[in-house]
Design a protein around this ligand. Sequence first.
Ligand code: SF4
Length: 277
Amino acid sequence: MNTTEPTRLTPKQYKSDIKPVWCKGCGDFSVIAAITRGLSQLQLPRENVAFVSGIGCSSRIPAYSAVYGFHGVHGRALPIATGLKLARPELTVLVAGGDGDGFSIGGNHFMHSCRRNVDLTYVVMDNSVYGMTKGQASPTTASDWTGSKLTPEGPGMPPFRPLEIALSAGANFISRATANDPNGMAEQIVEAIRHPGFSLVHVLCPCVTYRPEQQELFKARAHADWQSTTERAEAMHRLADDDGYTTGILYQGDRPAFMPPAEPRATLEQIETEFRI
Ligand code: SF4
């Protein structure tokens, strides 16, 4: 009889040996720590996990993990991940990016990924700034932020509210974490991966270089008040009162994850015939 205990993969074994180029103190370090902790907790075989990203500081994250990765183009992480999940449904597909990548150029994909409800886990590192391109206002920047020379009087428009959009558009799991609490974030990531359909984990993630005030601000203002609800109306009600710093799992819905039929309805030849002119 074989009494050897199966070897458990540690969080470190989900990390690659590439050293992150992020600025010292960047919140993204917490996120890679939480993700690898979550993967270790789930003991997912590394060859069965794929990590897709777009462009930006946070989108470098697949290179720092030891699972399969794809560093895509700006704003297009979600359609790439959707195609991958539909073609290889047995994989656990994680998607990562920032507020600029995900909610600006990728905003349309974000909305429709929520609506489609393909089984993906999307971790958004939100620092309300374009860090990689040296500190411009992003879709989640407050209207009166004057930190960029491009918008010296502030962007002048209210910030995008990603959780409200996600809930309205049909996301099946919605939570918010902070980089100050990697353990809490890891728990949310585990639940997000376990939950079927499209999951959004929104992370308040300081950019120490272009938004240095965020470190203290997130620490001081974050409050863990959400207990998960399965009622959309209740979740929407909570979001109406949200100050942007409430953390926890907000919503776990019961929509079945979208998957196309196993057998294609038409052959490639039939499709070509249909479109021939
Ligand atoms: Fe992180 Fe900001 Fe540095 Fe980018 S610029 S690595 S977001 S601290």
